[in-house]
Structure formats: C-alpha cells, structure tokens
Write a protein that binds this ligand. Structure first.
Ligand code: FE
Length: 340
C-alpha cells in the first residue's frame, strides 16, 4: 500500500516536473522581419526574459511577402514585422494575414494606428517631416506639405523616389484629404520644384541640403536622431531644422512600423504574446530609445533627444483608410512622372 502510494507520488512528481519544463522550454514564435537586427535584438531578449518564449527571426530588406506567398500554409512564420503600414496592408490584401482580437492591443494602440479588422497593428510612430536648411530657409517659411508645391521652392527641393512606401503613404493621405484631382495637382507642383531626379534614401536628401544642392527635403523624423548618432553624418543633421508640418490644421502625416499575424501561424498563443509584449511599456521604451521613434502607447515618453524636437499634432486619419489609397497614389506617381 505504502509503496504504491510512493509510486503514485513519484509519477505525479515526474509529470509536474515535465509540465514545468515544457511551460518554459520548447515554446517559440517564428518571425519574418523587415525591421533590423540591432533594433529587434534587445526586444527579443526582454521578451524571452519575461516569458521564456524563444523568438526565431529571419531578417530581410526585401522579399518577405513573396516568401510568405510562396510558402502558403506551410510557412513557418507566425508574425511579420514591417517598417511601414503599406506592407502590412499588402500582406492583408494577399490573404497572408489573420485577424487578432486582444484587449491589450486595443488598449495600448490607438484605433487610427491599427487595421479596423484587427489584421495589423502599429507598434511605433514616426512623422513624415520636412527638413529645411538652417541657413537658407527662414523660421516658419514653410509649415505645411501643401507649400512644397509653391513657386518659392522652385528647384530647391530634394526627395527620394515617389514610389517609396513613405512617400506613397504621404501622397495617399493627401488624396484622402483633397481627392484625386487636387492631390495630383499638388504632386505635379512638388515635382516641378525638385532640383534633381529623386534618388537615394531620406538621409541622402539631408546630405543634399548640407552640400547646398537643395534647401528643403522630406524625411522621417527618426533619421535626425540616427544622423546625429553617426559621426560622419552629424554635420548633415546640424545643417537642418526639422519641421512638423500642418500643426495649424490637420496635423503631420504619421507612418507606423507594425506587426501582423500570418494566416499560416502555428504558434498562435506565443505569437499573440509577442505582439502584446511589443505594445507594452517595456518594449515601447526600447523602441523609443534605440531607434528614436515615438511610442504608440499613451504615457510612454519618447527619448530625451526626440522630446527636444518639441511636441507635435499627428493627423488622426485612420491608417486603414490611407492604406486603401496606396495603389491610387502609386498610379498617380506614374502619371505625374515624379521619378523622371
Ligand atoms: Fe526608415
């Protein structure tokens, strides 16, 4: 009798032991990431520390959506991380995502920064800012996107390709606010003011201001922080002022980096846990400090440097609405011949 009791206790103990191990071992989530390793590494480490869940991650600059498409339901990826919302919307429209419902995500992330059907969620914000030469552009000489099309800026503006997602999103927001005809007139006016063929990234345009080639450019806000942190780019950053446009009316155009759960996700619980973690105070703080982005979560402060650029009002237009106009924006860029 006594030995049978001991045996039962022993097996009970073994079962408990194994269930404890399996609660922290073997749990994993697989991520495809357009976001870079230097940024994701500290987030993954903090998540593992908090939950014991392993994050396997594949980084790429291009091709992850095609890869998801090719892999179909056999894809190992549970989550896709992107650095803008048009890629999230693209994945959604190809049927590669699934809706997620989470009180925590809905509390942490404002409604205008996530998909209305729960397919994707914004994790960080950035302003599509106007950069101007400190020397050649007076304070308040330009305060809105609309003014980029004014004659005073003739052959004084540099931008990257009109087809880049950051510029397409801005143009899509112009279409949402003004309608196609007026947005196209604006884009044609801006194109007319370009001093050179669109090329290079956002930082290359600020370099153009530094070298005297242009006086005004468009660029995401966090690049100012990134340039200041790189010795060979500090002089570029020092030559410009960052302007948050349209503060007197609708607010500056906001883009997001974000996340979506794949339709093929096998580790759904772990994937959701990682999504929720990325919207938490801990992760939002890491994003803010490591990459000079604005937290989406209310109450989490930006980095000291970013805060020193001042507060801004962001456009409240839901990004799901803007996302639906990306295709129209892309066609418009072609019609206007923006990149030529
Ligand atoms: Fe970027």
């Amino acid at each position: 009798m006594r030995s049978r009791y001991l045996l039962a206790t022993f097996f009970g103990g073994v079962c408990l032991f194994f269930s404890l191990i399996s609660s922290s071992f073997g749990k994993e989530v697989n991520v495809y990431s357009f976001r870079q390793e230097f940024l994701m590494a500290p987030l993954i480490e903090a998540f593992k520390e908090e939950t014991g869940i392993e994050v396997n991650i594949v980084f790429a600059k291009k091709g992850l959506i095609n890869r998801l498409e090719a892999e179909g339901s056999n894809s190992p990826a549970d989550l896709l991380l992107t650095s803008d919302f048009s890629k999230l919307q693209q994945a959604k429209s190809k049927g590669l995502t699934q809706p997620v419902s989470s009180g925590e995500l809905n509390t942490n992330i404002p409604a205008n920064l996530r998909d209305s059907e729960g397919h994707w969620y914004g994790l960080t914000k950035r302003v599509r800012a106007i950069y101007v030469s400190k020397d050649r552009v007076k304070e308040d000489e330009i305060t809105s996107y609309e003014e980029l099309a004014y004659e005073i800026w003739y052959e004084r503006i540099c931008t990257r390709s009109g087809k880049h997602p950051y510029n397409l999103a801005l143009l899509a927001s112009m279409i949402a606010h003004y309608g196609e005809a007026d947005a196209e007139a604006w884009l044609a006016g801006l194109k007319n003011n370009l001093v050179r063929k669109p090329a290079g990234n956002d930082r290359a345009q600020v370099k153009g201001i530094y070298s005297g080639e242009c006086d005004v450019s468009l660029g995401n806000s966090y690049y100012l922080g990134k340039m200041l942190a790189k010795e060979d780019q500090q002089a570029w950053a020092d030559s410009v002022r960052i302007i948050f446009p349209n503060q007197e009316d609708r607010g500056a155009h906001i883009n997001i980096s974000g996340v979506t759960m794949t339709a093929a996700a096998k580790n759904k619980a772990e994937a959701l846990a990682f999504m929720e973690f990325l919207s938490s105070d801990t992760a939002q703080k890491i994003y803010a400090e490591v990459n000079y982005e604005y937290p989406v979560k209310e109450g989490v402060a930006p980095s000291e440097l970013v805060a020193s650029w001042g507060e801004f009002k962001g456009d409240q237009l839901p990004l799901s609405e803007v996302a639906n106009l990306i295709k129209a924006a892309s066609d418009m860029v072609d019609r206007v011949g923006y990149d030529f």
